[in-house]
Design a protein around this ligand. Structure first.
Ligand code: NAI
Length: 336
């Protein structure tokens, strides 16, 4: 099928072109971010392939539907930028990649924890600068810490197992508990969100961004956390009220923050702004703190994950082409 790729980067072109040898779709790569204006590029393409910051709101979907697009193939797990209700009304099917490598994201979350705890970002620069002092680099043993996990799906479970390996106690909150979680170890148990917040030394977010989880980290929940808590978000920016996090850092309630996602990331991430003046004051303030580490949505970015994403996405498109059941369809549910 003819597939219009939006927000494509060199690594997308490489992984999809290599894997497409087994699928034979006709791929056209556009660098533009998908929105209601750039949607016109997809005229004549029955399939549009989009990534995390492409915007498939009602206006975009209406343009795509008018031009004949019938399938929106997300090459991501999250689908929070798609207006599923409007897609359903317009007869556009939506498919996604529910799992590719939960290890990729969980391991990045652990990387952020190690970096923040042992101040590796500061230590690296110091040694390169000929400064071999240790003041300000004091960390703590992860062994014996309590780690709070919000969301125990595929990524949360991998993360939980790794942290158990460090000798941490695990507390989890998930409205749909996973019966394998508590068997990870003697020190793994489900609890309420308030208890998780007040008892955890480290809190890591692994839930999707849906109305119920938007700003799950807000002034009220931050106040309930242990003073000096480490907060990690590799899921979606909208889970954290960034202004509230900044206040939490300034008051020392949040001891350190590691984020791979940011609520206004569409305007910044996946692009090179190194020759420009970044206009997002909130982002600039956030990254000025030495106890904050920000990565630019690279949790998914391992070779294993890219190959798996390409295989599932192209397989989803073949299923659609051949009228098969869409195993990875994201259906509109009126309660969403
Ligand atoms: P999953 O669907 O396997 O697990 C999500 C879990 O969150 C489920 O167990 C669900 O019951 C739980 N949940 C739902 N509502 C909740 C709530 N209100 N409070 C607590 N838990 C709740 O998803 P998976 O694959 O583990 O991915 C988690 C998130 O990671 C995705 O939604 C996506 O936003 C993010 N992600 C980030 C990537 C990156 O590159 N940084 C790459 C891939 C995913």
């Amino acid at each position: 099928m003819k597939v219009a790729f939006f927000s494509s980067k060199a690594y997308d072109r490489q992984s999809f072109t290599e894997v497409n040898v087994n699928y034979n779709h006709e791929l056209k790569f556009f660098e533009a971010l998908l929105d209601s204006e750039t949607a016109t590029l997809a005229a004549g393409f029955p399939v549009v392939c989009m990534f995390v910051n492409d915007i498939a709101n009602a206006a975009t979907l209406e343009v795509l539907a008018k031009q004949g697009t019938r399938l929106l193939a997300l090459r991501s797990a999250g689908f929070n930028t798609v207006d599923l209700k409007r897609a359903d009304e317009l007869g556009i099917k939506v498919v996604h990649v529910p799992a590719y490598s939960p290890y990729a994201v969980a391991e990045l979350a652990v990387g952020l924890i190690l970096m923040l705890n042992r101040k590796l970002h500061r230590a690296y620069n110091r040694v390169r600068d000929g400064n071999f002092t240790l003041d300000g680099l004091l960390g703590f043993d992860l062994h014996g810490c309590t780690v709070g996990i919000i969301g125990t799906g595929k990524i949360g479970m991998v993360f939980a197992r790794i942290m158990e390996g460090f000798g941490c106690s695990l507390l989890a909150f998930d409205p749909f508990p996973n019966d394998k979680f508590e068997s990870i170890g003697d020190n793994a148990r489900y609890t309420t969100l308030p208890e998780l917040l007040s008892s955890s030394d480290i809190i890591s977010l692994h839930c999707p961004l849906v109305p119920a989880t938007h700003y799950i980290i807000n002034p009220d929940t931050i106040e309930k956390m242990k003073p000096g808590v480490m907060l990690i978000n590799t899921s979606r920016g909208g889970l954290i009220d960034t202004e509230a996090a900044i206040e939490g850092i300034k008051s020392h309630q949040i001891g350190s923050l590691g984020i791979d996602v940011y609520e206004e990331e569409e305007a910044l991430f996946f692009q090179d702004w190194s020759d420009s003046i970044i206009q997002d004051d909130t982002f600039q303030l956030l990254q000025s703190f030495s106890n904050v580490v920000i990565t630019a949505h690279q949790g998914f970015f391992t070779s294993n994950a890219l190959e798996s994403i390409a295989n599932t996405t192209l397989g989803n498109i073949t299923d659609f082409e051949q009228g098969r059941l869409l195993e990875n369809e994201v259906k509109y549910k009126p309660c969403n």
